[in-house]
Design a protein around this ligand. Structure first.
Ligand code: AKB
Length: 339
């Protein structure tokens, strides 16, 4: 009898950190992880088995297939938008070929145990591409099927993998004599920029918000790489983790889409600076826009319409902008750097 488990790829990253803590606290499932980097010791203590390596290593997935019955996959491993622009082929390998391997792995698991494997896929606002600032201003809160013309390798990868997931779920080997689709229950969230009080991101383009806050708490000067008027959607990490867990638990029959926007607030970079200054009045934050990274953020929507997530599976973030800063970010970040 193979043990039933939840698999998390990219487990050492920002979302993985919060997700493992929450899943372990719920205690409903044993967790196995894959990442190139080892988990922090207190997170590692929450997991059944930690595999060190790349999702591209076939032998790792084969080992897991022989040892465990995977019921749910959170496929978090990815190369983010800024990093992928420096190494687009590696970005494609990890983001697309890696996801294809995981989808195929989920299909094999589903076929071997006869039930669908739930596959949670974090997509991104990077899947959108608005051509200029006038369009961005007039587009307002964009719906999932609009403006799907990403300008980054990462955005292209995310958009394509949403389609790959839909293919495995609904159309896999559609010409075969027997029906093989339906073994992967694919569910994707287009995440906004995420801000965690306990980890700092790397390689993304929405990183200016978390970098600004963490630099202020460390007493370091920060030059923000986008203009003060730059606006994209954001959410604090605990709400992002809740959203993943809520979508994972949702009744399949309630889901009318495979891909859902989510958001909690959409401040300008200047508004983020003001809130950081309320928490850390000594903070030294200036603006030195990087023209090329600015262009990427300008191509992302100022807001997204998440009404489908709210009505289909009850998305309901706890924190708005004020509460996110006052009740989560500022107090926890203060504690992080004081200890
Ligand atoms: C990035 O900046 O690449 C990510 C994202 C918005 O998906 N944080």
């Amino acid at each position: 009898m193979r043990k039933h488990v939840t698999l998390i790829t990219g487990a050492s990253g920002e979302i993985g950190h919060g997700l493992i803590e929450r899943l372990a606290a719920d205690g409903d499932t044993a967790i196995i992880t894959i990442d190139l980097r080892p988990l922090e010791p207190e997170i590692a203590a929450c997991v059944e088995q930690e595999y060190l390596g790349s999702i591209l290593e076939t032998h790792l997935l084969e080992r897991i297939l022989s040892e465990y019955e995977v019921e749910r996959i959170y496929h978090l491993a990815a190369i983010l938008s800024t990093r992928a622009e420096f190494t687009p082929v590696t970005g494609h390998q990890v983001n697309v070929e890696g996801t294809l391997k995981l989808l195929d792995f989920a299909q094999s698991q589903g076929e071997s145990h006869g039930r669908a494997v739930t596959f949670l896929y974090p997509s991104s606002i990077a899947a959108y591409g608005l051509p200029n600032l006038e369009t961005k201003a007039s587009a307002g809160a964009v719906k999932e099927h609009t403006w799907n013309n990403p300008t980054t390798m990462y955005g292209c990868n995310k958009l394509y993998c949403e389609h790959l997931g839909r293919y495995y779920d609904h159309h896999y080997k559609q010409l075969a004599a027997e029906t093989l689709s339906g073994k992967v229950d694919f569910r994707a969230i287009r995440f906004p920029g995420l801000i965690s009080a306990v980890t700092v991101p790397s390689g993304g383009t929405s990183d200016y918000a978390p970098e600004m806050i963490h630099a202020a708490a460390r007493g370091e000067a920060y030059a923000c790489f986008v203009r003060p008027d730059t606006r994209i959607p954001f959410m604090v990490m605990p709400d992002a983790v809740d959203a993943l867990l809520d979508l994972a638990k949702a009744d399949r029959s309630a889901l009318r889409q495979t891909v859902y926007n989510i958001t909690a607030f959409n401040p300008s970079a200047e508004e983020i600076r003001s809130l950081v200054l309320e928490g850390f009045p000594e903070a030294d934050i200036s603006f030195e826009p990087d023209v090329k990274r600015q262009a990427i953020v300008d191509s992302w929507p100022a807001d997204v319409n998440d009404s489908a997530a709210r009505s289909d599976w009850g998305l309901s973030p706890v924190h708005d902008l004020q509460s996110g800063f006052a009740n989560y970010l500022i107090p926890l970040i203060r504690k992080l750097y004081r200890s």
